[in-house]
Design a protein around this ligand. Structure first.
Ligand SMILES: Cc1ncc(COP(=O)(O)O)c(C=O)c1O
Length: 469
């Protein structure tokens, strides 16, 4: 009896499932016919299904509000979108249409905020959480935002030195800043614990508060921030870091009742395989309930809860579709499907950090199947995707080289970070511009001659690519 690819999926997972179903033998993504898009645009192409962004925001917000109600929690919930995850105007605009707030991470991000303001997508009441390393340029632009009347701009201190830089502007310009403190976490143990470079050491925060913030009218400490960047997971490591952060939060809140917000950062996961299970409702309830208990135990007010979900907001809207150009049997056990682009250039996380994505064929679901490796057409040895270092096997339908229609495949839920990291069209991770390039040669007499080939990338060049032109 023929064992088809459809049988395999049908027996292994719930299928069809949210976002994926078959119609007339072809895969649909969020109800959209991928076959229609392939016929219209030809492969390879990326796609972003914007309504998914709204759905994700609504889901998280509803669950937080439900948990707040159920626990009679006194603070509010604020959803911020972390722009670094995907800066494109169409994405940020869609997220903002849900009435969310924003997190920034670098100097160019402030220009992006100003564009959004000019284009009427935000007003001056939007809450802007400024994370990331504060270069002089970044701080100067944050100062400008404050001067313009963006009263809910909160500078989250990433290091102890940053406060001196902000203080300089506060004194010179007689300004007051809303600030937050990011506490550094112990990163998830691989071989040994080490403390994240991001934020201020937990053991130093109380002293830092007393020596630099307490009693200084230039600063209103409003927020405590911590982010476990391996994600919000229901495991001992996450809850351990979370409880440590809560302990420090309530200590700080007792010393400074002005603190109104606890920011949990990002870290909600998305579906990266068809068997993915994650109980968002349970986790959110645990987060709210634990914050409440820690505050009640020492008699401080419940803070407003902020999140900055990036991957969760936009990841599940994205997909990238390829054709298989050729199959190669390199030895008895190894079959390669060569696709019409590069994996390194399109989903770089699959190569650099072995990130997994949902991988499905668009057609040929009634064919038998085999385990394969997927090869990109760049010349780089590492330009492949397979089961190595991953728990999932890569299984796709068999096909014949003389089939009328090639095999089409899609990587799904690729909407987060991949464009920034792969440098789509010239954008950069966290919008940190390409540095200037200097060319050095020797002249006929052997002296060095140096010239600038290109200056540092400008904000306009970057924002133009992102659709803010
Ligand atoms: C400070 C901060 N907040 C939020 C995020 C978003 O994380 P995620 O995409 O996992 O939700 C990041 C990601 O690096 C971050 O550094």
């Amino acid at each position: 009896m023929k064992n088809t690819y459809f049988d395999l999926i049908d027996q292994s997972y719930y299928f069809p499932q949210e976002g994926f179903d078959l119609r007339d033998g072809y895969l649909n993504f969020h109800g959209i016919s991928l076959k229609y898009l392939i016929d219209k645009y030809k492969t390879p192409f990326k796609l972003l299904y914007l309504p998914r962004i709204s759905d994700q925001i609504k889901k998280a917000r509803n669950l937080f509000n439900l948990a707040i109600k159920k626990n009679e929690y006194k603070g509010k919930y604020y959803y911020c979108y972390c722009t670094k995850c995907c800066h494109f105007y169409h994405v940020v605009k869609k997220a903002l249409s849900e009435g969310i707030h924003i997190e920034t991470s670098s100097s160019f991000d402030i220009d992006l905020i100003l564009k959004l303001y000019k284009m009427g997508n935000i007003n001056k009441r939007v809450i802007i959480v400024h994370n990331g390393y504060k270069t002089e340029d970044y701080i100067r632009k944050i100062v400008k935002l404050n001067q313009m009347g963006f009263d809910n701009s909160i500078v989250v201190l990433d290091s102890k030195i940053e406060i001196l830089r902000v203080k300089k502007y506060a004194d010179e310009l007689d300004m007051q800043f809303k600030i937050g403190i990011r506490m550094a976490i112990n990163e998830e143990p691989q071989s040994a614990y080490h403390t994240s470079r991001l934020g201020i050491r937990q053991s130093e925060i109380m002293d830092f508060y007393r020596s630099h913030i307490e009693g200084d009218a230039s600063f209103q400490l409003k927020m405590v921030h911590f982010f476990v960047d391996s994600g919000i997971k229901d495991n001992m490591y996450y809850w351990g870091e979370f409880k440590k952060a809560l302990k420090l939060f309530v200590e700080l809140k007792q010393a400074c009742p002005d603190i109104k917000a606890l920011n949990l950062g990002g870290g909600f996961p998305i579906r990266n395989n068809l068997g993915f299970e994650y109980d968002y409702e349970y986790i959110i309830n645990e987060l709210v309930n634990n914050i409440q208990s820690a505050c009640d135990a020492v008699g401080v007010d419940h803070p407003d809860i902020f999140t900055e979900f990036g991957k969760y907001t936009v990841g599940e809207s994205g997909a990238i579709i390829f054709s298989v150009l050729e199959q190669k049997q390199q030895n008895d056990a190894e079959k390669w499907y060569m696709i019409d682009n590069s994996l390194i250039n399109t989903i770089p996380d699959s190569w650099s950090i072995y990130e997994k994505f949902i991988l499905l064929p668009i057609n040929k679901w009634s064919n038998e199947y085999s385990q394969v490796n997927i090869g990109g057409i760049s010349c780089d040895h590492s330009d492949y995707y397979n089961s190595e270092d991953m728990n999932q096997q890569v299984i796709l339908p068999n096909y014949q080289n003389d089939d009328d229609e090639p095999l089409y495949i899609g990587f799904f839920h690729t909407g987060a970070y991949q464009d920034a990291i792969s440098g789509y069209g010239g954008i950069k991770h966290c919008l940190i511009p390409s540095p200037k390039m200097i060319i050095i040669d020797r002249d006929e007499r052997g002296n060095f001659v140096d010239t600038v080939y290109r200056n540092e990338q400008t904000v306009d060049e970057m924002l133009d690519i992102l659709g803010y032109g």
